[in-house]
Write a protein that binds this ligand. Sequence first.
Ligand SMILES: [Mg+2]
Length: 125
Amino acid sequence: MDKGVKILVVEDNFMNKVLVREMLTLNGYEILEAETGEEAVEMVLGKKESPDIILMDINLPVMDGITATKTIKAEEGFEDTYIIAITAAAMKGDEREFIEKGFDGYVAKPIDMKKLIVAIEEGLA
Ligand SMILES: [Mg+2]
């Protein structure tokens, strides 16, 4: 149990958001939420919040998850921000592809909570 660990969940789908929030809260994590890539970038780079891990949906309104991730990591001091891609089932594919795009981890939808927790624990290790 990682008390005091903050996870930013960037997700525009209501049901996915509720599911992830419930599961992570049950596992003792503190949850922050954003619904667009732009909102996530503003939260993180504006230093309004400093999440330990970011879960980034790929298909997001205003700014997609890949652009948001590149924007955050391009900023000085934010290169090591740990960002896990959460990908739609339709884009299931290569984990390597997402690592090459700059992500630190990858979890496919529908989200397997055990896999998500493992990916988060790797990021905290
Ligand atoms: Mg989405």
